[in-house]
Design a protein around this ligand. Structure first.
Ligand code: ASP
Ligand code: MG
Length: 401
């Protein structure tokens, strides 16, 4: 059995923590597994390095930046290997280069192109524990690149995919993925299993646990992911293919997105091409439009509403202003939040949406916009009701049970 384990910044945040990680790695090794361990920089180190660069320059050369930032992960990989060897286990530290991780040349946010696994495979054959510095690779010219913030998760998933590992365990300082944010609903429960699709939709819940790009990659490569804490022995959450999850929950989780704002366009011309024009101009500005609602038109005019990230509201307003006729009115509202219910079980059950609407009605919460997909129902409500809505929905689907 081949396992890839990844330890995040807090898990390797001090020499004592690295010692603890070494013990955990050895426990796995003792079970007879082949083991590749990917490590992040010690917590805070990447930020410190960025600050140090900014001491000299506001716009440091991205190539220099990558050489600088990749050093954090090299330190932890070398220290962990040293600790393992000291405890009598054969281990070797690998930089991204030695691990054969080849990326494009987009410095500071490079994408992995392929992985030459021969060095790692050779070391595994010699029964070594392979300790890889996460977050980095090299481009075709041999220049060091990094994968974007949180990129060690991506290193781990990509290696697990390339090596056809049986399991990829992501160790962090939380127990796994919860039914909702426990700070909003203390009765939130840790999920044992969740599908890739659900995890991607619940990104805001999982954000502290797993980088979203790494979930996308795990889905693409069919890597079985587990996220768990390195600070206890709890089981964690398994993220896998939908059909590997036997008992499909109707609803898996409730997410709250506070970073939403709404634009409403009133009395715009109801003619072919108007939506295309509006949304092309938003796309040109790289504005991320989420929900869109158009009303049935009347007397040649109609109303159109859509949501954008809060920090893109002004830009969105400006770019549609240029298109609309003088009779149209633009209204904006940044006092809204998006509450989403996510679950693969929705595909095959009816009544999920009506239960949501009923439970918000019972709390006197007005729903201002609704959108649905196969496994998600999202509702826009006033921000003052966001957390109440989460709790009401959490209880109506009995996620606390
Ligand atoms: N050290 C990098 C960061 O802080 C990569 C990682 O931890 O995943 O973004
Ligand atoms: Mg991280």
């Amino acid at each position: 059995m081949l396992i890839v384990q990844k330890y995040g910044g807090t898990s390797v945040g001090s020499l004592e923590r690295i010692e603890e990680v070494a013990k955990r790695v050895i426990e796995t090794k003792k079970k007879g597994c082949s083991l590749v361990v990917v490590v992040s920089a010690m917590s805070g180190v990447t930020n410190e390095l960025i600050d140090e660069a900014h001491y000299f320059s506001q716009f440091p050369n991205p190539k220099d930046m990558d050489l600088l930032l990749s050093s954090g992960e090299r330190v932890t990989s070398a220290l962990l290997s040293i600790a393992l060897n000291d405890k009598g286990y054969k281990a070797m530290a690998f930089s991204g280069r030695k691990a054969g991780i080849i990326t494009d040349s987009v410095f500071t946010k490079a994408k992995i192109q392929y992985i030459h696994t021969k060095n790692i495979e050779q070391a595994l054959k010699e029964d070594m524990i392979v300790v890889v510095a996460g977050f980095q690779g090299i481009d075709e010219n041999g220049e060091v690149t990094t994968l974007g913030r949180g990129g060690s998760d991506l290193s781990a998933v990509a290696l697990a995919g390339a090596l056809k590992a049986d399991l990829c365990e992501i160790y962090t300082d939380v127990d796994g993925v919860y039914t909702t944010d426990p700070r909003i609903e203390p009765k939130a429960k840790k999920l044992d299993k969740i599908s890739y699709e659900e995890m991607l939709e619940l990104a805001s819940l999982g954000a502290k646990v797993l980088q979203n790009r790494s979930v996308e990659l795990a889905k693409k490569l069919s890597v079985n992911l587990v996220t768990r804490s390195s600070f206890n022995q709890n089981e964690g959450t398994m993220i896998a293919k939908e059909d590997e999850i036997m008992e499909k929950a109707l609803v898996s989780g409730i997410a709250l997105d506070k970073n939403q704002a709404r634009v409403t366009l009133r009395d715009i011309e109801d003619k072919p091409g108007i939506a295309a024009e509006i949304f092309s101009s938003l796309a040109e500005q790289n504005i991320n439009v989420d929900m869109i609602i158009q009303n049935v038109g009347r007397d040649g005019t109609t109303n159109l509403g859509f949501t954008v990230p809060q920090n893109e509201l002004e830009l969105a307003k400006k770019s549609v202003q240029n298109i609309l006729s003088s009779k149209s009115v633009i209204e904006t509202d940044d006092e809204i939040v998006k509450v989403s219910i996510v679950g693969v079980g929705m595909k095959s059950h009816s009544g999920v949406a009506s239960a949501a609407f009923r439970s918000l009605a019972n709390e006197g919460i007005n729903i201002e916009m609704i959108s649905t997909s196969e496994i998600k129902i999202s509702m826009i409500v006033h921000e003052k009701y966001g957390e109440l809505a989460v709790r009401a929905l959490h209880s109506v689907y009995e996620l606390d049970k």
